[in-house]
Design a protein. Structure first.
Length: 260
């Protein structure tokens, strides 16, 4: 017995690919850039106000990725659908990949989800997005293009009653020369306002960077930017200019990019 498709033919594909095949050594990805919800899920029962919050997406990352793509002549590959549908930076087998509660907010459409419904979201949303990243990386390898995988994320200025003083954070596992170079350059410019594995750390929860970079032996960067720095056009352009100048400098320090 076949079930109703999660996405209808007129709904967009999960992966939005901007500037595919670009020669820049940086492949930019935005796991939480979008906040669309398939029509079949009836908005997950989440209010419009909550869909504006960080629980639904990484605010500012979609526009930051577009601007960095233009500034660096790099490919930017982003997820259109909300992390509340399924989190593209989680192993789909994890319980928190489809959270029934996020930052104390109940997500009605995720409560008591059947295994079949969870697998449908994986097949329709998670897997095609990750496959698009793999395709781009494989294409770059065929062309002999060097690659550093750069994941763009943003974080809230306040979480669980705690003010987060960092402007930027670099998440890593201590195995990335490129991440170390970016971190050093950010600290030179911003001092204590830069988090080393803060406000999060790269661990077994992260999926995209380990899944793609490890198997191919690529260096990587997982960059976190505080939401308020991306809140308007002036802020977005300031962060874009800074990051677009910083990434090539870090690459020059390390020679991190090698053919995929």
């Amino acid at each position: 017995m076949s079930s109703k498709p999660l996405l209808t033919p007129d709904e967009p594909a999960p992966a939005l690919v901007l500037n595919p095949g670009a020669a820049s050594p940086f492949l930019l990805v935005g796991d939480h850039a979008g906040r669309a919800v398939p029509r079949s899920l009836n908005g997950l029962g989440v209010s419009a106000a909550d869909m504006e919050r960080h629980i639904a997406w990484d605010l500012g990352v979609a526009e930051l990725g577009v601007r960095l793509s233009a500034a660096l002549d790099a490919c930017f590959l982003s997820q259109r659908y909300s992390r509340l549908v399924i989190d593209s930076n989680r192993d789909p087998a994890r319980a928190d990949a489809i959270p029934p509660v996020s930052d104390e907010t109940v997500i009605p459409g995720n409560v008591d989800l059947t295994p079949e419904a969870a697998r449908a979201r994986e097949r329709a949303i998670h897997a095609p997005y990750q496959a698009a990243i793999a395709y781009e990386l494989d294409d770059r390898a065929r062309k002999g293009l060097p690659t550093v995988l750069v994941a763009l994320h943003s974080f809230t200025p306040r979480m669980a009653g705690f003010d987060r003083p960092w402007r930027y954070g670099v998440l890593h596992r201590g195995d990335s020369a490129f991440s170390a170079a970016v971190l050093a350059l950010l600290v030179e410019a911003h001092g204590d306002a830069v988090g080393d594995n803060l406000p999060y750390r790269m661990d077994e929860v992260d999926y995209t960077i380990p899944f793609h970079a490890d198997a191919r032996g690529l260096d990587y960067l997982e960059l976190e930017v505080r939401h308020d720095l991306l809140a308007d056009a002036a802020g977005l352009q300031s962060v874009t200019d800074m990051v677009a100048a910083l990434l090539p400098r870090a690459l020059q320090r390390t020679g991190a990019a090698s053919p995929t």
